[in-house]
Design a protein around this ligand. Structure first.
Ligand code: SF4
Length: 391
């Protein structure tokens, strides 16, 4: 039995579906309760749990409320973050991830600085106000300087107009500060599961994958002055509704500025795939992800929330459904297409060719038809961050 199996073998009684907390109400009280909760200024953990397990009939009221809060606090614009997956080299071995170091089937790449900067030029010329440089996690001077050069190049191309988000894993405070000084504005570091037990079941139990190091890194990002983003996966094997409620409370307690969370999607070349029978059906994962977005919008009214690619991997309308549930950011992939098939964090990752005029127009049309406008040429920073800085 391998380490991973040993960590999981005793958990098979705690599956997500079986562990949902049950509420028993008579019908009239049941209906009133949702409305009462949605009128509250502060939600308790039982309120959050109740919203996460609301019925199909009640969902509309939840989504109407979160859409209203979105409109009032962050407006109806959708902000774009052009995503460049600059390198799939990773020193870590997270059990759920398709590009983990232990997966020998992956063709590893690091895109040359000039090729990344061509993508930056394209995005800037198309009116993107912000970009994300994302990579697997690795450290050392070569990598630090590579990201540093990309930041310098993007700042030169746009004369400082592009807002850059980094998503390059856990680094030292000095490295975070170095990149911040070169122009990075935001940093996304997903906690993936805020419950320590669950976190440790998703990662090897070693120093490199320490839960505490992840918390420290989130704290260091704040010290370095970034807009800090985190996120989780929804519908993991053995995850409970209570875990998800705690994830939302964790984001609130960390006073996070932006969140990217979406359904867990399996990758067949990962250890977690072995536990696929404990993963809720696709439909339930997307539904729960939308409820998580809606409840988060109610809890944290003025943060940025991404409608993630993983939502679209399950449902072609996923991106729009996420926006309607309360998200206000999308991250079109602008990685040169010859690399994208090697950045498969999960199976069936969707790809819209944003370099094609037709796809781009179709993408815009979908956003407009759903009643949103495009935040072209704007950073679209989270109002939450500005308020935090003013305090
Ligand atoms: S989740 Fe991130 S850190 Fe973990 S293996 Fe994948 S790319 Fe590396």
């Amino acid at each position: 039995m391998n380490n991973f199996s040993r960590q999981w073998v005793n958990l098979c009684n705690g599956s997500f579906l079986n562990a949902q907390i049950s509420f028993i109400f008579d019908i009239p009280n049941f209906i009133n309760m949702i409305d009462d909760i949605l009128k509250k200024e502060q939600l308790t953990k039982p309120d959050i749990l109740r919203l996460l397990e609301c019925t199909v009939e009640e969902e509309n009221r939840l989504f109407e409320k979160s859409a209203l809060i979105r409109e009032e606090n962050v407006g109806n614009k959708v902000y774009l973050r052009g995503l460049v997956e600059v390198s799939n080299v990773c020193s870590k071995n997270c059990f759920y991830c398709g590009i983990r170091s232990g997966n020998r089937k992956v063709n590893r790449y690091t895109i040359s600085e000039s090729e990344v900067l061509s993508a930056v030029e394209f995005a800037y010329s198309q009116g993107f106000g912000s970009l994300v440089f994302q990579s697997g996690e690795h450290s050392g001077n070569v990598f630090t300087n590579y990201i540093g050069n990309l930041l310098r190049g993007a700042m030169d191309i746009s004369k400082g107009e592009l807002g850059i988000t980094l998503s390059c894993g856990e680094q030292s405070l000095d490295v975070y500060r170095f990149w911040k000084e070169l122009g990075a504005r935001r940093y996304l570091l997903r906690i993936e599961a805020s419950n320590q037990d669950l976190y440790e079941k998703l990662h090897p139990l070693d120093e490199k994958h320490s839960y505490y190091k992840r918390l420290q890194s989130l704290s260091n990002l704040r010290i370095a002055g970034y807009q800090v983003g985190t996120g989780i996966m929804i519908g993991l094997p053995f995850q409970t509704l209570e875990n998800l409620a705690d994830d939302l409370i964790f984001m609130q307690s960390q006073d996070i500025d932006m969140v990217g969370m979406g359904p867990y999607i399996l990758h067949r070349d990962t250890p977690l795939y072995e536990y696929r029978h404990f993963v809720p059906p696709l439909k339930d994962r997307i539904n729960l992800s939308l409820k998580m977005i809606a409840v988060l919008r109610i809890l944290m009214k003025d943060i940025n929330i991404a409608s993630t690619t993983a939502l679209s991997a399950i449902d072609p309308r996923g991106k729009i459904l996420g926006l309607k549930a309360g998200a206000n950011v999308i991250m079109p992939n602008i990685t040169p297409s010859r690399y994208t098939s090697n950045y498969n964090l999960y199976d069936n990752k969707p790809f819209v060719d944003i370099y094609s005029n037709t796809s781009r127009l179709q993408f815009e049309e979908e956003i407009h038809e759903a009643g949103f406008s495009m935040g072209y040429g704007e950073w679209g920073d989270s109002p939450h961050f500005s308020k935090r800085m003013d305090q």
